[in-house]
Design a binder for this molecule. Structure first.
Ligand code: AMP
Length: 190
């Protein structure tokens, strides 16, 4: 089973991905984490993307697609990936389908966590004091939310058409969201 978890910054994608990892034995593949590692390790790629990420914009489709392709072709991760923060554009969604097809895999469910801008601001400010992420402040949070609003619509439409999209109320408590997600996954697992 491969899962996509989708939603604006601060929706709880990381928290819910970790829950799914523990409960269903999947591997979390967070493009945000992979990109932050490049910056932390001061790689050539890291220096290219620092400004873009700190501004709350999206890095290029090519960069993120290159990052995820080696996971998809790796047997350890086969049928066991939760894509956290990828795809974020229609081009990425198409690319993901092609990569999965080439490796005889598919996406089984897309979980969209819905939250308001007010909640995003509140959660990002809380996270800022805990994790000290360079892109977690109110101004950039709003920018990242707007970036999400602009790029997400075609992706959601795409997954709706293929009947994979399930919308989860991201305003509920963590444990309520955990159980809603478990029910959805258990239904498709059969
Ligand atoms: P996240 O941790 O998922 O909130 O991602 C943090 C930042 O990494 C985003 O604001 C983007 O700058 C970049 N990023 C993460 N995933 C992607 C993606 N799939 N496409 C483009 N940029 C991404």
């Amino acid at each position: 089973m491969n899962i996509v978890i989708f939603g604006p910054p601060g929706a709880g994608k990381g928290t819910q991905s970790k829950f799914i990892v523990n409960k269903y034995g999947l591997h979390q593949l967070s493009t945000g984490d992979l990109l932050r590692n490049e910056i932390k390790n001061k790689t050539e790629l890291g220096s290219k993307i620092t400004r873009i990420m700190n501004n709350g914009e999206l890095v290029s489709d090519e960069i993120v697609s290159n990052l995820i392709s080696k996971f998809i072709s790796n047997d350890i991760y086969k049928h066991k990936i939760i894509f956290d923060g990828y795809p974020r554009t229609l081009a990425q969604a198409n690319n993901l389908d092609n990569l999965l097809k080439a490796n005889k895999q598919k996406i089984n469910i897309v979980l969209k966590l819905s939250v308001s801008l007010e909640t995003v601001k509140k959660r990002i400010l809380e996270r800022q004091s805990q994790e000290n992420r360079a892109d977690d402040n109110e101004e950039i949070a709003i920018k990242r939310y707007q970036t999400y609003e602009k790029s997400s619509e075609p992706v959601l439409h795409y997954y709706k058409q293929s009947n994979l999209l399930k919308v989860v109320n991201g305003e509920a408590t963590i444990s309520e969201i955990n159980s809603e997600i478990s029910d959805l996954i258990d239904t498709i697992k059969g």
